[in-house]
Ligand binder design. Structure first.
Ligand code: ADP
Ligand code: GLC
Length: 485
């Protein structure tokens, strides 16, 4: 039996992306549609999409819908299109007053709660206008945290949703959507104050993610290890209590990879394509990458790649102690693509200025360059302090670019430590979050690189791993089926 699945997300690739959430929602949606399910995805029509990729087609049923939020009335319409290479429908919630602005998120927006409250309500209102009764509404991260509560309060009367179940996936517990308690009224939920976490209200707060955890019928997160970590005081960011209470409705499902986009055998954006049986294209990619960053391309170099949001999560605080030691090896080059907190951008820029022939940095967001770094680097650095799943380590496995990771969250679930003696394993793994442990893993990487045959086997081990949606997606389908009984 095919299912009706409604995905709601603040990011969907290629339309709006700041991180892995966008890739995961698109990849899952594409997989579900390819299995014959009726998939509809709801996403804000941000200014950038409106100007570039958005379909022009208006969804006739969803024109000028007004939604009452206490202080204001928001009116939206939807444009409808499909996900590229898929039949999954994408509904773009068009409300310029809320979504036209750049950037797509900002802590300076005073109406952030209304923006994402509107996304939740627009998804429900649109289902009503379409007369479409989803089996499961799959919410993602704090932006959609209020949806389960809306469904059980303001929309509880509608028989259309009588059998609808909600699933909330936590992609990152570091972002919870915390607002002053007074926004409850703004959100149209003044009559449902008792539904919110009472201790939070007493403290003058509401927390969107926590509210979602209380009311979603099921909760998932994006790896098995992270599912355990978030139930501990160190990993739960204050939500461990609520998660512990809901432990019987919480599972970890490792993210899938969209190998239609992230595979060097088919990737149209990289300088040359290659496969595990013929790596000559990878050498071309490396050469071109070094040229692009204007780096010394003499023989025998070892290129380390980084593609990342530059935030505390990603573990770059460990680098200032470690890189100077590693860079003593004249073979080492470093190519960094990222944007985020100034201190990290400035550190990498400083390194670049100090070693202009060996370090390259691009500060900003650059889709093509992300693929180039995956393909052209010899190894990939991801020393994350915490990592719910992580996609780049899985991409780099497929690109023959062994990842160096910390054993946390999804990194622990997807990278096996390489053993030089037996030549088993797929990358380099360190456990303690300190620079000594990272340095030891770096040194292990350098030693492994000294043995070309062993390194080739390491590449082979990684490239033949399968984290495709065809493999990971069935776990979601099984869960959806279990939820709807
Ligand atoms: P997170 O979601 O925490 O940022 P993931 O590893 O799950 O981490 O996903 C990151 C995604 O964002 C990858 O697809 C990566 O290529 C992409 N990405 C991150 N930073 C940049 C950037 N500066 N330019 C292009 N792509 C980026
Ligand atoms: C989050 C996490 C990342 C995960 C991504 C997609 O942004 O930081 O680890 O891979 O979501 O689930």
């Amino acid at each position: 039996m095919s299912l009706r699945i409604c995905l709601v997300s603040s990011e969907v690739a290629p339309f709006a992306k700041t991180g892995g959430l966008a890739d995961v929602v698109a990849g899952l949606g594409r997989y579900l549609a390819s299995e014959g399910h009726d998939v509809r995805i709801f996403l804000p029509l941000y200014g950038r999409i409106a100007r570039q990729d958005a379909p022009r087609e208006e969804a006739a049923e969803i024109a000028a819908v007004s939604v009452r939020f206490n202080g204001s009335m928001q009116t939206f319409r939807c444009r409808v299109g499909t996900l590229p290479d898929s039949t999954a429908k994408v509904y773009f919630v068009d409300c310029p007053e809320m979504f036209e602005r750049e950037p797509i998120y900002s802590s300076t927006y005073e109406d952030e709660h209304i923006r994402f409250g509107l996304l939740c309500r627009a998804a429900l209102e649109s289902c009503q206008r379409l007369g479409w009764s989803p089996d499961v509404i799959h919410c993602n991260d704090w932006h959609t945290g209020l949806l389960p509560l809306y469904l059980k309060s303001l929309y509880a009367w509608d028989r259309l949703f009588a059998k609808t179940r909600t699933l909330l996936t936590i992609h990152n517990i570091g972002y919870q959507g915390q607002f002053p308690a007074r926004v409850v009224g703004d959100l149209g939920l003044a009559d449902h104050r008792s539904a919110f976490h009472q201790e939070d209200l007493a403290k003058g707060e509401v927390n969107f993610l926590k509210t979602g955890l209380l009311y979603a019928d099921w909760i998932t997160t994006v790896s098995r290890t992270y599912a355990h970590e978030i139930q501990t005081p160190e990993g739960g960011r204050g939500l461990e209590g609520v998660l512990g209470a809901r432990a019987s409705a919480l599972t970890g499902i490792v993210n899938g990879v969209d190998y239609g986009t992230w595979d060097p055998a088919v990737d149209p954006t990289i300088p040359a394509r290659y496969t595990v049986d013929d790596l000559s294209g990878k050498a071309v990619c490396k050469q071109k990458l070094l040229e692009r960053f204007d780096l010394d391309a003499s023989d025998g170099s070892l290129v380390l790649g980084i593609v990342s949001r530059l935030t505390g999560q990603k573990g770059f605080d460990l680098l200032p102690d470690v890189l100077p030691v590693v860079m003593r090896d004249p073979r080492v080059r470093l190519c960094v693509l990222g944007s985020g907190e100034g201190r990290y951008e400035e550190y990498f820029q400083w390194l670049r200025d100090k070693m202009p022939e060996r370090v390259g940095i691009y500060r900003g967001y650059h889709e093509e360059l992300a693929h180039w770094i995956e393909a052209g680097s010899d190894a990939f650095l991801m020393p994350s302090a915490f990592e719910p799943c992580g996609l780049n380590q899985m991409y780099s496995l497929r690109y023959g670019t062994p990842p160096l990771v910390r054993k946390t969250g999804g990194l622990a679930d997807t990278v096996e430590p390489f053993d030089r003696a037996t030549r088993t394993g797929t990358g380099f793994v360190f456990e303690d979050y300190d620079s000594h442990a990272l340095l030891a893993a770096m040194q292990e990487l350098l030693r492994a690189f000294d043995d070309p045959e062993g390194w080739r086997q390491l590449i082979r081990n990684g490239m033949t791993q399968d984290f495709s949606w065809a493999k990971q997606g069935p776990d979601y389908v099984a869960l959806y089926r279990r939820l709807i009984g």
